[in-house]
Design a protein around this ligand. Structure first.
Ligand code: GLC
Ligand code: CA
Length: 546
């Protein structure tokens, strides 16, 4: 099979069309049987990732952490959590992946540290007004004795975004209290993160996924402005929102790009930014991060018109910013798409999780059919695609996790009103039996349901019709088909999305069957019927007749 430049480790543009596989380390594979996934487990599974055919692996945080937010509360940006492994093991993982020509992207969490970070501990020990406190956002409270928070800002996980310390001051945390926000107007903070980028780049890391990229710059001018609710829809789209997507954030990332370009090839970066359409692509400009996750599609139901609009918009905005698009269907914060597409369109996903899966019932068959079709459509689009561990198995959300097992702070911080994101973070089933379905020799830190057996990777690997085989086939084909950044979307029946690439095309039939155009069928998410009929909820890839 001819090689694509994307697999050439010296290619500076690899990330523009890479397929990146997200590993949530605590739930991927457990090497020592303590129930927590680790680097030893990941090392064992490098052959699996190579056989799957991904171009890169993105590791969610593996740093020392009190796990107040699944590792997104980082206590030390330059080390590995001892429960996950050591820096030596990290180097071995990077070497093993690179030997398979798989690149490594690590998560960087710059909006906040964990509360165990030495800087935050020093800030707590120091006096108000000290340089130690100036790295975070400490303020005096309101009210006669400062007993009220400095502003009405709310935490993303529920409750006030301010916590009071014993000497009476308050500190800001847009997420959990164990996640104090840095003050990015402080040059010391900027220098520190440049140094962290160099630390991992020097270790051979190829790129960074930037957590809450839209949150770093805040309007901290006094008196602090009112901002009573955190909602994506509420973000002011002119760059002057109080907390999110402010214009000044781009200057920070221009500084990052200068650091990332010190390396050869330059290190890649992708923004996790939630911003209004049109402003999102700004993070992906060539002198900034290069990529930003395209999250608009994940908000859409399984509907051809909605998909077409979102895809065309994303391509258009990316092109105008000089970027390529970064597609995604699932990640560790979202309800897995095999479940999303099996639920009624108007379902409130949060309420569905709280119902313990009872009402409304999930149609697993439809969900899987559509998830397979969506994956092929996504992988046919120009740009880069991020896959979330387990989606290649067609894994649904675990909606009925017992409340006592939940780890996500969302559950506690909303007073039990929201269940949180644990349902997409349950350790993977590698085998149909054995302790923790082959995840490790012991248990699993989140309980796996019995039906996980039906999704075991080992069984799927030997079944040509499995979802794992479909993903492998798609990635192998993607690596052999001509790929550039052009695509056409010819008008056709309204329930069909057709993507024309150089020499080949992808056809997706939403909810109703469709007639396939001419050309050899290279791959399809469901068997093609008589008279070249593509069944409902299916995608086929076709070679253009020569
Ligand atoms: C991002 C992460 C999420 C985390 C939050 C705070 O949205 O993806 O998991 O809870 O940032 O760091
Ligand atoms: Ca372990």
């Amino acid at each position: 099979m001819p090689d694509q430049p994307v697999r050439d480790l010296t290619d500076p543009d690899w990330w523009r069309s890479a397929v990146v596989y997200q590993v949530y380390p605590r739930s991927f594979a457990d090497g020592n049987g303590d129930g927590i996934g680790d680097l030893a487990g990941l090392l064992d599974r490098v052959p699996y990732l190579a056989a799957l055919g991904v171009d890169a692996v993105w590791l969610s945080p593996f740093y020392p952490s009190a796990l107040a937010d699944g590792g997104y509360d980082v206590d030390d940006y330059r080390d590995v959590d001892p429960r996950i492994g050591t820096l030596d093991q990290f180097d071995r993982v990077v070497a093993a992946l690179h030997a398979e020509r798989i690149r490594v992207v690590v998560d960087i969490v710059p909006n906040h540290s964990g509360s165990g970070h030495v800087w935050f501990q020093a800030a707590l020990a120091a006096a108000p007004g000290s340089v130690e406190r100036a790295r975070y956002v400490f303020r005096d409270g309101l009210g006669a004795d400062g007993e009220l928070p400095p502003a009405d800002w709310q935490s993303h996980f529920g409750g006030p975004a301010w916590t009071r310390v014993p000497d009476g001051q308050w500190y800001l945390h847009l997420f959990a209290p164990e996640q104090p926000d840095f003050d990015w107007s402080n040059p010391e903070v900027r220098e520190e993160f440049h140094d962290v980028l160099r630390f991992w780049s020097d270790r051979g890391v190829d790129g960074f996924r930037v957590d809450v990229a839209h949150g770093l710059a805040k309007d901290l001018s006094e008196p602090l402005a009112s901002y009573p609710a955190i909602s994506r829809d509420a973000v002011r789209s002119d760059g002057t929102d109080v907390l999110f997507d402010r214009d000044e954030v781009h200057e920070i990332f221009r500084g990052w790009r200068r650091v990332l370009n010190e390396y050869d090839p330059p290190r890649a970066a992708v923004a996790e930014a939630w911003a209004p359409e049109g402003r999102l692509a700004l993070y992906a400009r060539p002198d900034e991060l290069g990529q930003t996750f395209e999250f608009d599609l994940v908000q859409e139901p399984w509907d051809a018109d909605r998909f077409r609009v979102r895809i065309l918009d994303a391509l258009d905005f990316a092109r105008r910013a000089g970027a390529s698009t970064t597609w995604v269907l699932s990640n560790h914060d979202l309800v897995r798409h095999a479940s999303r597409y099996g639920l009624p369109d108007d379902v409130d996903l949060g309420a569905w999780l709280m119902s313990d899966g009872a009402e409304p019932a999930e149609d697993r068959e439809a969900g899987l059919r559509r998830a397979r079709a969506a994956a092929l459509l996504l992988l046919a689009l120009p740009g880069s695609a991020y896959l979330y561990q387990g989606e290649e198995l067609g894994l649904p959300e675990v909606a009925d996790l017992p409340f006592s097992a939940l780890e996500d702070p969302v559950h506690v911080r909303t007073g039990g009103r929201r269940k949180g994101r644990d349902g997409s973070r349950v350790p993977l089933p590698w085998t149909a039996d054995g302790p923790s379905f082959g995840f490790g020799a012991g248990g699993a830190h989140l309980p796996q349901p019995g039906w996980f057996a039906r999704y075991a990777a080992e069984d799927q690997a030997g079944d040509p019709h499995s979802t794992l085989s479909l993903y492998r086939g798609a990635l192998a084909l993607r690596a052999s088909l001509p790929v550039d950044f052009t695509a056409e979307f010819p008008a056709g029946p309204s329930h069909v999305v057709e993507v024309v690439r150089p020499g080949w095309r992808s056809v997706t039939a939403f909810r109703e069957p469709a007639a396939l155009p001419e050309g050899e069928v290279l791959l399809s998410s469901a068997p093609i019927g008589p008279d070249r009929r593509l069944p409902a909820d299916a995608t086929a890839w076709l070679r253009d007749p020569a």
